[in-house]
Design a protein around this ligand. Structure first.
Ligand code: ATR
Length: 269
């Protein structure tokens, strides 16, 4: 049996096992099983050794280990290097390799739901809330699409660290917002608990802005709910989640799963 794992803390909310086990079945990839495991940072070397020895076939990494896992790996693919963030690990020619499929997951969701109506993001202002593990992947994506990027984080140092990686981004003090933005993206964990609220008032923005929350469980955070009630377009993290998972699955099996209504509905069950 080939074993796959998603590691993080907390991990209870993760739908990755449900999704990957569905795809193993759908594509008739036999003897594979995917589980979730809550770990501590000190357990990361154990996970690395299990992959190296072939006891684990593939691993997804989620909060808060996307960065701390970097130094353990034998090889980083360019996306992982440039974002300093790993969400997918696999072994090739005896080497344990880390890659990042979050950026392409975000990229594909934005392209599908927003860009058809807007040619590209040039001249657009984009406001990112949060500078945690996944924020670099979002910036990396947006870089490829154009646009002016503003970022705000409670802990300013983390926003500054991101600016070292991506010098063109503009830092906004936490609690403030740029006067006008076309896309507002929540990358913080505020909203994972349904009652959480981001303490920022966007009611002076107009109705053309897109509000994107990377959280997919709960389906609608207060951030998105309030935006929807104001009449704005909203996207939750579900499509990004599906797309990042599809590319991870491709790395492990050579099969790129189709993202269709069937799998979208399956996740909601
Ligand atoms: P980390 O970067 O520490 O690994 P993460 O889970 O990847 O953590 O990111 C969590 C993000 O949500 C961070 O941007 C975090 O802000 P800090 O860097 O200041 O911790 C943000 N976040 C979580 N809870 C928050 C809160 N109550 N208020 C503001 N920001 C919060």
């Amino acid at each position: 049996m080939k074993k796959y794992l998603v590691i993080g803390k907390p991990i209870e909310h993760s739908l990755s096992p449900k999704l990957h086990n569905y795809w193993f079945k759908k594509y008739n990839i036999k003897n594979c099983f995917y589980e979730k495991k809550e770990i501590e940072e000190k357990d990361l070397p154990i996970i690395y050794n299990q992959i190296k020895k072939g006891e684990l076939e593939g691993v997804n990494v989620t909060l808060p280990f996307k960065k701390s896992v970097l130094s353990l790996l034998d090889i980083l693919e360019i996306s992982a290097k440039e974002t300093q963030s790993v969400n997918t690990i696999f072994k090739k020619d005896g080497q344990v390799i880390g890659t990042n499929t979050d950026w392409v997951g975000f990229h594909d969701s934005l392209k599908k739901f927003y860009l058809p109506t807007q040619k590209n993001l040039n001249e657009k202002n984009i406001f990112i809330l949060g500078a945690g593990g996944v924020s670099a992947s979002i910036i990396y994506s947006l870089q490829k699409l154009g646009g002016n990027i503003f970022i705000s984080n409670r802990t300013k140092k983390k926003a500054e660290d991101l600016k070292n990686l991506f010098p063109q981004i503009n830092i906004i003090i936490w609690g403030k917002k740029p006067p006008k933005c076309d896309i507002v993206i929540n990358t913080t964990s505020i909203g994972l608990n349904k009652k959480d609220r981001i303490d920022l008032d966007f009611s002076d923005y107009n109705k053309d802005e897109l509000f994107f929350d990377l959280i997919y469980n709960p389906i609608e955070t207060n951030f998105l709910r309030e935006a929807r009630l104001r009449g704005n377009q909203t996207i939750n993290g579900k499509m990004m989640f599906l797309n990042q998972a599809a590319y991870a699955f491709y790395h492990w099996t050579g099969q790129l799963p189709e993202i269709n209504n069937e799998v979208i509905r399956f996740l909601d069950l």
